[in-house]
Design a protein around this ligand. Structure first.
Ligand code: NAD
Length: 278
């Protein structure tokens, strides 16, 4: 058995919320694995375009004639028409799409009694409805194209960015934890329905990863020490920790993995209070 350095050669991947944090890490890892990458951004066009330039200048796997190595597309994943336009532009540019990383997500934190309907709806619209809208467009294209055995033994792969909070309740963040809990069932039901068409859908549940979404939790030594008490591995995760898992779930190396959640959390879900025997 041998591993190709370009396990995703010839494939096209779209990463939502790809201009920062975990999405950026995933986009860079996918490109290093040989995929052409669409970096979706919401507001930070300059950051997305910088990542595109970096990916192009790094070079890598040979691409089909005239195919760009990376492009940036702005879209709000919670808006149906913007999502449709993003997929139309992707397919017009690359001919198809093979991998969707449904990564865009937000927090709008508040104590339960103070949480406004606007805070609740915004988190549901981005974290859950946004994943539904993007997955639906990707699946339409996967079904239209079907399997191309020289590219992948799947008709398409979707990786949903969940969180350890799909299983760990989170006081002060009920909208966020509920969106990730709901995402688990969205992912599993899609995987069950679409497996006969050779479409694989899985989630990654990150633990604490150093990104802008949770700066407050790791940016001072005091906060970091408190956070580390929750992580048996003894370190905060980095976007590449998630990017490497994305590449594996997107590749044929994980062909028999479908409808599951891969926890990439340094053991955060292992009841850390019991690390020294409880
Ligand atoms: P981040 O804030 O850097 O990334 C979130 C990205 O989503 C940003 O690029 C943002 O612009 C984009 N986004 C927000 N609203 C959008 C919209 N309506 N349309 C398109 N894009 C939109 O934070 P991150 O930590 O990289 O988060 C990425 C994903 O990982 C999220 O789904 C988050 O819930 C999940 N996650 C993060 C952690 C962590 O510790 N950082 C842990 C568990 C899960």
């Amino acid at each position: 058995m041998s591993y190709s350095p370009y396990v995703l050669k010839g494939q096209v991947a779209l990463v939502t919320g790809g201009s920062s944090g975990i999405g950026e890490g995933a986009a860079r890892c996918l490109a290093q694995a040989g995929a052409a990458v669409v970096i979706n951004y919401h507001s930070d066009r300059a950051a997305a375009e910088q990542i595109v330039r970096d990916i192009i200048s790094e070079g890598g796997a040979e691409l089909a004639e005239g195919m760009p190595r990376a492009i940036a597309i702005g879209a709000n994943v919670a808006k149906e028409e913007e999502v449709k336009a993003m997929f139309a532009q992707t397919i017009a540019t690359f001919g198809t799409i093979d991998i969707l990383v449904n990564n865009a997500g937000i927090q709008q934190d508040a104590a339960f009694v103070d949480m406004t309907l606007a805070q609740w709806n915004l988190v549901m619209n981005v974290n859950l409805t946004g994943q539904f809208l993007c997955a639906r467009e990707a699946v339409k294209e996967f079904l239209r194209r079907g399997v191309k055995p020289d590219i992948s033994c799947a008709a398409g792969k979707i990786i949903c960015m969940s969180s350890v909070h799909q299983v760990i309740p989170w006081a002060g963040h009920v909208n966020y934890a509920t969106s990730k809990g709901g995402l688990e069932m969205l992912m599993k039901s899609m995987a069950q329905e679409l497996a006969p068409q050779k479409i694989r859908i899985n989630s990654i549940a990150p633990g604490a990863i150093e990104t802008q979404i949770n700066t407050a939790a790791w940016s001072t030594p005091e906060m970091k020490a408190k956070l580390l008490q929750l992580i048996p591995a003894g370190r905060v995760g980095m976007p590449e920790d998630i990017g490497k898992a994305v590449v594996w779930l997107a590749s044929d190396d994980s062909d028999y993995v479908n409808g599951t959640t891969l926890f990439v959390d340094g053991g955060m879900t292992l009841y850390p209070g019991f690390t020294k025997g409880g």
